[in-house]
Design a protein around this ligand. Structure first.
Ligand code: GRF
Length: 287
């Protein structure tokens, strides 16, 4: 259970300990404050029970939120709890959502990238701020230029063996990464810097037809060769392994006897364009 919490909150074990201490101390302090406050305002056995209950509940619900911030400060966890409070306020609609800045990674034509850019254009809190590409001359670079989006051409050795590009993303304020036809494996430092904040689309029904070397045409050729009756798309979170993270969405398409790799690729592309932008928006919790 502790491991799960640690992963969910993305914190070290010491930080987890301090967070749990904050919760424990806040609980007792709030109970104490609510008792003291009842006496302080002059409530006693003769006071109508509903007034007493209302006062106690307001302290337990609202006072708790203030007390937790004060206590967290002493445990050095103010930042964590302030973010936690902001989440609650956002859910209640009391403050607006934090801006989301996307980087789209793509190596090819960029038709998916374009659909995503168009879908999110003019969104009040989401901006595609960077297109990252590893192939000079790739179509996606023209698409980015057409939409006035900054581009970053990356180099394999630096990508795999340094944190230079992670730093660039951070400097650009990128909060989430979308892979749309990006062929290199995402290195560990990037996965860790954007834990659960990287999403990918794969043109088959994972776990089938995934893994190293399974990309583009090769996937469709393998599906046709195996005589599959169905193929489809998988949208999933990205971890350190190829095509392995948690699946967010799958959609299927029939593979007909007349299909070849090209016609199947076309159908899969249509499916990707239809679903990827919407699934990304759902993942970002903006719809
Ligand atoms: C898509 O089929 C995607 O699933 C795969 O690469 C292709 C990219 O196509 N990972 P495009 O560049 O978006 O047109």
């Amino acid at each position: 259970m502790f491991n799960k919490l640690q992963q969910k909150w993305n914190v070290s074990s010491i930080q987890l300990f301090l967070i749990l201490c904050t919760f424990a101390v806040t609980g007792t302090t709030t109970a104490y404050v609510s008792r003291v406050a009842t006496t302080w305002v002059g409530f006693d056995e003769t006071t109508y029970w509903l007034w007493k209950l209302a006062l106690r509940l307001s302290i337990l619900i609202f006072g708790y939120q203030i007390i937790i911030l004060i206590v967290s400060f002493f445990f050095g966890q103010f930042r964590f709890f302030w973010n936690y409070e902001k989440k609650i306020l956002r859910r209640l609609g009391l403050i607006s959502k934090e801006p989301i800045r996307l980087a789209i990674f793509a190596s090819g034509k960029g038709s998916n990238a374009e659909k995503i850019i168009q879908y999110l254009e003019d969104h009040p809190i989401v901006k595609v701020s960077l297109v990252v590409c590893n192939r000079p001359g790739a179509g996606v670079l023209d698409i980015a230029a057409h939409h006035g989006i900054k581009t970053l051409l990356i180099e394999k050795n630096l990508f795999e063996n340094s944190s230079e590009y992670v730093q660039v993303l951070k400097n650009e304020g990128v909060t989430h990464v979308v892979l749309a036809g990006f062929l290199w494996k995402i290195p560990k430092n990037l996965v860790q810097a954007y834990n659960n904040k990287i999403v990918n689309i794969h043109p088959a029904l994972l776990p089938a037809y995934g893994g190293k070397g399974m990309y583009g045409e090769k996937v469709h050729q393998a599906v046709i060769k195996a005589g599959e009756k169905q193929s489809g798309i998988t949208i999933h979170l990205v971890d350190e392994h190829y095509d392995n993270g948690k699946t967010l969405f799958q959609a299927t398409v029939d593979v007909l006897p007349v299909d070849n790799a090209d016609s199947l690729a076309e159908k899969i592309h249509a499916l990707e364009h239809e679903h990827y932008p919407r699934v990304i928006s759902k993942w970002l919790k903006i719809i």
